[in-house]
Design a binder for this molecule. Structure first.
Ligand SMILES: *Cc1c(COP(=O)(O)O)cnc(C)c1O
Length: 437
């Protein structure tokens, strides 16, 4: 009889219980993992302290397999440690390491995979702060970043030619346009490059930001990626209460990630790990399925609306990569999981569409209950934003069009409100912003 930690319970059940047993905290009576709050830890002898330092980030002492000796929160800590085990399990990874924010996780993953003189190949459409990290900071560190369309095999092959390329980095779905990138196709090209490399030379790692799809809806490691990063601030927390980030990967990278986090700082605080462990992960399947069902209803409503030029939602047959979506975005039951976010574009010339977008959003901000104007995504409340008049406001409309930003493009992240209420709020806002439609 296999132990309950090993029995094949459904993944939804594992989101709640994890592996059941944790070396990180041996609590016998609690149902809910206790919250811990201790910056430093009592050591019963100098020998135990010495052993703790020796075991930390030592590949022979994986903290999920041996009871760790706690020394200081920035090194290892029980609540974060338990969350890391459950997140690794959710993502199908051997290990994970949690950081204070999604950006800290992204810089942590890239910080252990690249150094001065190396090169990162990244998709040209990225989360704004990741773009800024690549554009404003990496050149200062002597790390070159080559921004290309990784969906184009010729561009990717050319970008992979220099032997200082260490990382291929992208998001799928891409923010905010919800374009999709074929993870298996990219990693196949990367594998061929690695095979041709001198065996002594470091391999190219494929790093995927899986924030939009979550491990419920897509597991990039199953498609050949080596490293997955997430903002825990989004659907993994799910309630919008805390920030966080995670890197999930092979155990070989764990020592470097722990050492990086120890020295650069920004570990996830236990008080922010706890809500993800206790509320976020256990409810993710339920929330995701519900938000996804609403996203489809709202996408269908918008697609039929005369003021809307185009709706981008991987669950609609009209999505340009609908076939890829069906292959790549799957939950653990094998059900199609096209996600909880959609993007739609209003009709009109670039300037008209931008003005209508701003009017629509302002109407929502002042009138709607079921939709909230805010950045961020992936929480129980439906959030809306208009990149053209918000994040990209300083860029002239003509330049937005040239740069692939649709002036009439609006991103919607579905929450748990009734889809009919979200639709009614959108209907009123569209009638106000586009009265002649
Ligand atoms: C929010 C987000 C991030 C950054 O996460 P923070 O927790 O805000 O630092 C990175 N990538 C994507 C796709 C995101 O949506």
């Amino acid at each position: 009889m296999p132990h309950r930690a090993e029995r094949p319970y459904h993944p939804d059940t594992r989101f709640i219980h994890g592996r059941f047993h944790s070396e990180h905290w041996n609590y016998a009576d609690h149902i809910v993992p206790p919250i811990s709050s201790s910056a430093a830890y009592r050591l019963e002898s100098v020998e135990r302290g010495g052993a703790g330092f020796q075991e930390f980030a030592n590949p022979e002492f994986r903290p999920d397999q041996h009871a760790p000796i706690y020394i200081y929160d920035r090194l290892d800590e029980p609540v974060r440690g338990m969350l890391e085990e459950n997140l690794a399990l959710a993502e199908g990874a051997e290990v994970s390491a949690c950081f204070a924010t999604g950006m800290a996780a992204i810089s942590g993953a890239l910080g252990v995979l690249s150094k001065a003189g190396d090169r990162i190949v990244a998709h040209n459409a990225l989360y704004g702060c990741t773009y800024s990290l690549f554009k404003n900071w990496y050149p200062r560190l002597g790390i070159e970043v080559d921004l290309i369309d990784v969906r184009d095999p010729d561009q990717l092959a050319k970008a992979l030619e220099p032997d200082n390329v260490m990382v291929v980095y992208f998001e799928t779905p891409v923010n905010p346009t919800l374009d999709l990138i074929d993870i298996a196709k990219v990693t196949e090209q990367v594998r061929a490059v690695n095979k041709a490399r001198d065996p002594k030379h470091r391999r190219v790692f494929t790093v995927v930001d899986n924030t939009f799809a979550t491990p419920f809806g897509q597991r990039p490691l199953e498609h050949g990626a080596q490293v997955v990063v997430h903002s825990l601030t989004k659907n993994l927390n799910g309630f919008g209460t805390d920030m966080g980030g995670v890197v999930a990967c092979h155990s070989l990278l764990q020592p470097d990630l722990l050492l990086y986090r120890k020295d650069f700082g920004a570990p996830l605080a236990p008080k922010s790990a706890w809500p993800v462990l206790v509320h976020g992960l256990p409810t993710l399947p339920l929330r995701y399925r519900q938000e996804q069902a609403s996203a489809l209803k709202v996408a269908q409503f918008l697609e039929a609306h005369p003021a809307v030029a185009r709706v981008v939602y991987p669950g609609l047959p009209s999505h340009p990569e609908h076939e890829l979506a069906q292959r790549q975005m799957r939950d653990r039951d094998g059900e199609f999981a096209p996600g909880t976010l959609l993007y739609f574009i209003l009709k009109g010339s670039p300037q008209e569409a931008r003005d209508r977008g701003a009017d629509l959003i302002n109407h929502v901000a002042q009138d709607a209950l079921a939709i909230t104007l805010a950045v961020s995504l992936g929480q129980v409340r439906t959030l809306i934003e208009h990149p053209s008049s918000m994040t990209h406001a300083p860029i002239p409309v003509e330049d937005q069009v040239a740069g692939g930003i649709d002036p009439g493009g609006i991103r919607l992240s579905l929450g748990l409100e009734r889809a009919e209420d979200v639709i009614a709020d959108l209907e009123r806002a569209l009638a106000t912003a586009c009265p002649d439609a």
